[in-house]
Design a protein. Structure first.
Length: 247
């Protein structure tokens, strides 16, 4: 596993190399700071698996593989703080049911907002055990690949679904074995979800979730995931990112 936890100095140098050996930033230029990067070369020490019996999570050919039977969430163990962008690639293998390329981001348990994995959190991999969280959630190709939905969990068991966040057209469903590039945003009081560069959901939150944890989520499918990265956005960059500027 190639896992990079970059401090601001090293991250600035890395971005300087990408930008032609200079660290000078124009506020109008999208120059986020890379915080975490993983290419799944070996183990799962940076991840916490919650899975129902019968499933398996493992590393294969440089990918995180979730082979699931009854429900699974794989949590990145680092707590994240907005404004940020999360990116990764994922494909749903035709070797299993093609469904549920899902994710949580900025998730917390109201009773333990600073310790997501300790105590009796009650999360088992079964979907209903996540209702207590505050989080942003997308179920991409859920319900046997018939719906794609965004929800903002409220922390009291409610998971409201707005009509504009309930997509069912074929172009919003999963194509088996296609590698999707996913981009999640939590910044400027908004939560955004991009698929292959296309903005599918843009939610203006009256009470934005500004810190929490991220998880891959699926059920009864085989997901193959790679190139996970977390990027810090500086305040001057937020508006450009929300307008879709990203390289």
């Amino acid at each position: 596993m190639k896992f990079i936890d970059l401090n601001p100095i090293l991250a600035g140098c890395a971005l300087g190399l990408l930008a032609g050996c200079t660290t000078t930033q124009d506020p109008q230029t999208v120059m986020p700071r890379l915080l975490y990067s993983e290419t799944f070369d070996s183990g799962l020490s940076s991840w916490e698996v919650e899975q129902q019996p019968g499933g398996e999570v493992f590393i294969e050919d440089g990918h995180l593989v979730i082979a699931d039977e009854g429900g699974c969430s794989v949590w990145f163990r680092k707590k994240l703080t907005a404004p940020l962008v999360i990116t990764y690639t994922v494909r749903a293998s035709s070797k299993a049911r093609v469904s549920d390329i899902n994710c949580f981001w900025m998730a917390t348990e109201p009773g333990s907002p600073d310790d997501h994995f300790g105590g009796d959190h009650g999360r088992t991999g079964a979907f209903a055990t996540y209702d207590s969280m505050q989080t942003y959630y997308v179920g991409y190709g859920g319900n046997y690949n018939s719906t794609t939905r965004f929800r903002r969990y409220t922390g009291d068991g409610k998971r409201p679904l707005l009509p504009e966040h309930d997509l069912s057209a074929p172009e919003y469903m999963i194509q088996p074995d296609h590698t999707y590039h996913i981009r999640l945003v939590a910044a400027g009081g908004r939560a955004q979800y991009y698929r292959d560069g296309e903005l599918l959901f843009d939610y203006a939150d009256d009470e934005p979730l500004t810190e929490g944890w991220f998880a891959f989520r699926t059920v009864l499918s085989r997901l193959e995931i790679d190139d996970f990265q977390v990027w810090r956005i500086e305040p001057a960059q937020v508006e450009a990112v929300l307008q879709g500027e990203w390289k």
